[in-house]
Design a protein around this ligand. Sequence first.
Ligand SMILES: *Cc1c(COP(=O)(O)O)cnc(C)c1O
Length: 406
Amino acid sequence: MNIPFSPPFIDESVEAEVLDALRSGWITTGPKVKALEQEVCNYTGAESCLAVNSATSALMLVLHWYGITKGDEVIIPAYTYAATALAVLHVGATPIMVDVENDFNISVEKIKEAITPKTKAIIPVDIAGWSCNYNAIHSLVNDAEIKKMFLPASEQQHQLQRILILSDAAHSFGAVYNNKKLGTAADITVFSFHAVKNLTTAEGGCICLSLPKPFNNTEVYTTLRLWSLNGQTKDAFSKSKAGGWRYDIVYPGFKINLPDILAAIGLAQIRQYDAQLLEERKRVFDFYSAKFAQQDWAILPPYHQEGAVSSYHLYPLRIKNITEEQRDLIIEKIAATGVAVNVHFQPLPLLQVFKERGYDINNYPMAYNNYQSEISLPIYPQLNNIQCIYIVDNVINAVNSVISNG
Ligand SMILES: *Cc1c(COP(=O)(O)O)cnc(C)c1O
């Protein structure tokens, strides 16, 4: 049996929505993108949502908007996908990596130790779809001593008067925190619509705005939208209307807008997200957890806690007391049965670009620990029970054969 890791969910409704865009005479940013932004607002409760071409560019745009630049520091977890750190590098700032907790997410204690007068933002990442502790992060950035340390430089920093909480929610669309869908737990929340994510537009992402007063989220949306389209006062859609040709460029913006033809995929998916896509992911997740709970070597991923529920983006299984070499051997054995698995993530200090910049994995023992014992199993709506049983059996066999020889 061959089981891919994360194929996209494409049904007739997705095909119909994409065809509709193709036949409409308008394929780049226009009505489908607007509709998707509105659906995301309805779903998350965010006041405003801007769709862009990736979560990476969304993070960059927000950091740039907040006036973060050379000499500034942004705190991120060492355990995440590289994009979290690259977005910080792209605006010229320095990523300050901190260690994570046993639940894979950034340690609030470590954030506290890392804050300096140069800190301008924190980017928590909801690994695997499990929400970070946003209540504790809010308390931290609003702490009087920490606010006193904050040195505002840009107009936006003067307005907020504290460190910005920018959530990298690439994994956590649909996850619940404080009994609410994520999207409003941070000041600004960025979702990814990349092909392997829970909700996809092939490539894409969005920025949900939930900034406190005195910010006006609708106004911030208008600014970010302008900056995502070359700083041009009229988008191509408005210019295409009769008599609408004249425009100005009022800011040296970026070109990171999302096309309608891609938004159409996400639009068809979000309409069935809770009832279908999330429910089916949960089915697979629960199946795995019920089976692995019977293995004394298994560490099950977190998914539920007072007021919080995962979005079931990944199934990061950990195996007790194994080495990185044993983990790699287990993956080889699973792969030989036709089941595609992955590792989420290689901590950033293990990657060349960050090693060269002086980051050292020895400073992140928990990130390394999580990494060396972790295997991500396939999890997506299309997986049927026969496939799930096949995956579980082969994972158990592979683990048992490696640990009994260890
Ligand atoms: C996928 C991912 C991103 C980047 O998303 P893109 O839309 O591909 O730019 C950022 N952070 C994390 C944690 C991710 O998994």
